[in-house]
Design a protein around this ligand. Structure first.
Ligand code: GDP
Ligand code: MG
Length: 187
């Protein structure tokens, strides 16, 4: 039975002492590894079975480019495409749209999220940056989505693109989240 790991200990104890904040939301089809990436970033561990229905928001104090930032991460759990995007559109400072490189359908599923975000950004005062992430890079042998397809979709939507794996090097996962924070700071 999938277990929900308690990452509550990683919630901040001293929110008020920090001014810089960054809200990050992870979006994408079920099973692409949103929770695995979130938990890896927060705990440095890869959890292979995570409750697929659990949607939660976690908080962590990070130092990025020598500057402290209070990071909130919303790990969404849409079961079948985008539902109620209002819950994160205004909230998020940056969007991580995730697919799995070994699942073409999950790649196609990203388009809906990218469209919703593009539409929201067009009407917003400040554009929120988007990172398109091809996860499960360790599954190279079963790849169904080429790197060129990933970067092509990203450039059509004016967003950054990275391939990543939640079960390989922690520092690469950390770098993705730090890239996201740096993008927000650049705005
Ligand atoms: P979510 O529904 O997007 O939150 O996906 P999960 O994080 O629950 O992951 C779904 C499944 O994919 C689980 O069985 C994970 O163990 C597996 N998984 C997640 N990330 C990776 C990865 O980078 N590589 C591999 N091989 N499996 C992964
Ligand atoms: Mg999940």
């Amino acid at each position: 039975k999938p277990r929900a790991v308690n990452v509550a200990n990683f919630a901040t104890v001293n929110e008020r002492s920090l001014h810089a904040e960054c809200n990050i939301v992870l979006l994408g089809c079920r099973g692409v590894g949103k929770s695995a990436l979130t938990v890896k970033f927060l705990t440095r561990r890869f959890i292979s079975e995570y409750d697929p229905f659990l949607e939660d928001t976690y908080t962590s104090e990070e130092i990025v480019d020598q500057q402290p930032v209070l990071v909130r991460i919303m790990d969404t759990a849409d079961q079948d495409g985008p539902v109620n995007p209002e819950r994160y559109l205004q909230w998020a400072n940056v969007f991580l749209v995730v697919y799995s490189i070994d699942n073409k359908k999950s790649f196609e599923g990203c388009c809906q999220y990218l469209d919703i975000i593009s539409q929201y950004n067009r009407g917003a005062l400040h554009e929120s940056p988007v990172l398109l992430l091809g996860n499960k890079l360790d599954m190279e042998r079963y790849r169904q989505v080429s790197k060129a397809d990933g970067s092509g979709l990203a450039s059509r939507h004016g967003c950054l693109f990275r391939e990543i794996s939640a079960c390989l090097d922690y520092r690469l996962v950390q770098q993705i989240f730090h890239d996201a924070i740096q993008e927000v700071r650049r705005e």
